[in-house]
Design a protein around this ligand. Structure first.
Ligand SMILES: [Zn+2]
Length: 376
C-alpha cells in the first residue's frame, strides 16, 4: 500500500523525471532531513533507485528515479485478433508478450486473460508478486471510472462492465480505456510528452483516434467522448459513415477509407505505400485520393490546434509511409488552415508505431492509476 507522501513523490517524479533529494524536498515542501529519511525508506522498499549523478556548481548530486521493478502492469489490446497482451514495468518497458484470441463475449475475454496471466508473469521473477494492475484498451467509449465500456461498435458492446469481470477472474484491479486515450497516457507517463502539459495524439490506422491532455490531465469531456475527431464532419453531405452521419473525417482520411477509395478506382493495392508509389509515378487517381485524404486530416488537425493551442501534436501511424504525398499534404493543410500567427508554432511529431502500441497504452492506464491514485 502506498502512503500519501510516497504517492506525492511518485507524482513529482512521474511529472519531471529523476530528481535530486534537494529537488524532491522542494517539490514536496519537506525539510532536507525529512526528505532524506523518506528517500531512504523508499529505496529500501524498492520504490526508488539512484539513477545518475549531476555535476554542477557545488557538490555533485545523485538523482533518484522510480525503480522499474517496483511494480508491474499487464496491458491487453482488444483492437486486434489475436489480441496482444503485454507485461510492462514502471519504466513503460515491455518485459514479455503473449496473445489471446479476440472474442466479442466479455466472459470469454476475461477467461482468456486469466488463463494467459501465469505464463506472462513467469517472464520476471518478481512480476507476479508486484503485479499492480491490468489495463484493457478498446475501440469505443469508456466511462470515467474506467470500469465500463459504454459503447463499442467494433465489439458490438453496450454497457459492458469488463473491468469487474477481469478482476473477478484474476483478483487484480483492472481498468479499461479508449485506444487513443490509452496511447496519450502512455506518451505522458513514459514517452515524448512527459514534460508537456497540453498535447494531442492523433492515431491513424483503419480508423482515426484522438485524445487530449489539457493542463497535464487527460481530458475526457462530459460523456468520455472528447477528442473524437474521426467523426467531425469534414465533407458536409459526404459519404455515409459507420456512425450514422455523413462526411465524417473517418470516411475520407482513415487508412480504411483510403484503401476503399483506391479499390473503387481499380487499384488492387493493399497498402498506403503502394498508393504513394502510384501517385509518385503520376497516377492522377492516386494523387487525387491522397490529396483529398491529406487535406481532410490536415484541416481537422488545424481546427484542433485552433481550439486547444496544444504544445505538441503527435501523429502515430502503423502504415510506415508518412513522408510521401499524403504526409506532405497533411502538413500543408495544417499550415494553410491555422491562424497565420500559429503557423509553424505547434510542433507536429510523426511516429511510426508497431501493433503493440495499444497494449502498451493499456498497461500505462494501470500504471497511471498506481502512480497518481484514483483522482489524478
Ligand atoms: Zn462518423
Amino acid at each position: 500500500m502506498i502512503t500519501s507522501s510516497q504517492r506525492q513523490l511518485l507524482r513529482a517524479i512521474s511529472r519531471s523525471g529523476p530528481l535530486s533529494r534537494t529537488e524532491m524536498a522542494q517539490a514536496l515542501g519537506l525539510s532536507k532531513a525529512a526528505m532524506s529519511g523518506l528517500a531512504r525508506d523508499l529505496i529500501q522498499l524498492g520504490i526508488l533507485r539512484e539513477a545518475d549523478t549531476i555535476y554542477g556548481q557545488g557538490r555533485p548530486s545523485i538523482r533518484l528515479d522510480l525503480h522499474p521493478d517496483c511494480a508491474f502492469f499487464v496491458g491487453v489490446s482488444l483492437l486486434q485478433d489475436p489480441a496482444p497482451m503485454i507485461l510492462g514495468n514502471l519504466n513503460g518497458e515491455i518485459i514479455a508478450r503473449a496473445e489471446i484470441p479476440l472474442s466479442r463475449d466479455p466472459a470469454v475475454i476475461a477467461d482468456a486473460i486469466s488463463e494467459a496471466l501465469p505464463t506472462l508473469l513467469s517472464a520476471h521473477p518478481v512480476a507476479a508478486e508486484k503485479l499492480a494492475g491490468i489495463g484493457v484498451a478498446l475501440s469505443g467509449f469508456v466511462d470515467e471510472t474506467r470500469k465500463n465500456c459504454v459503447q463499442s461498435t467494433l465489439l458490438n458492446w453496450q454497457d459492458v462492465p469488463l473491468a469487474d469481470l477481469v478482476r473477478d477472474k484474476t483478483g487484480i484491479e483492472t481498468f479499461l480505456e479508449n485506444d487513443a486515450k490509452a496511447v496519450a497516457v502512455d506518451e505522458k507517463l513514459f514517452g515524448s510528452a512527459r514534460e508537456i502539459q497540453n498535447f494531442s495524439v492523433v492515431s491513424l490506422g483503419d480508423g482515426i483516434g484522438c485524445a487530449h491532455f489539457i493542463d497535464g490531465r487527460l481530458y475526457r469531456g462530459n460523456h468520455g467522448g472528447a477528442g473524437e475527431i474521426a467523426h467531425c464532419t469534414i465533407e458536409p453531405g459526404g459519404a455515409p459513415c459507420r456512425c450514422g452521419k455523413r462526411g465524417c473525417l473517418d470516411t475520407v482520411a482513415s487508412m480504411k477509407a483510403i484503401k476503399e477509395m483506391s479499390r473503387a478506382e481499380g487499384f488492387e493495392c493493399v497498402s498506403l505505400a503502394e498508393i504513394e508509389n502510384q501517385a509518385s509515378s503520376g497516377n492522377t487517381a492516386a494523387i487525387r485520393i491522397l490529396h483529398r485524404a491529406g487535406s481532410a486530416l490536415g484541416l481537422a488537425i488545424a481546427n484542433l490546434i485552433q481550439m486547444n493551442d496544444p504544445g505538441l501534436i503527435l501523429i502515430t501511424h502503423v502504415e510506415g509511409s508518412f513522408d510521401g504525398l499524403f504526409g506532405t499534404v497533411v502538413n500543408q493543410a495544417i499550415e494553410t488552415n491555422v491562424l497565420p500567427r500559429y503557423a509553424g508554432q505547434t510542433p507536429i511529431r510523426i511516429r511510426r508505431v508497431d501493433g503493440d502500441i495499444w497494449a502498451r497504452g493499456a498497461a500505462s492506464i494501470a500504471a497511471h492509476h498506481f502512480i497518481l491514485g484514483p483522482n489524478p
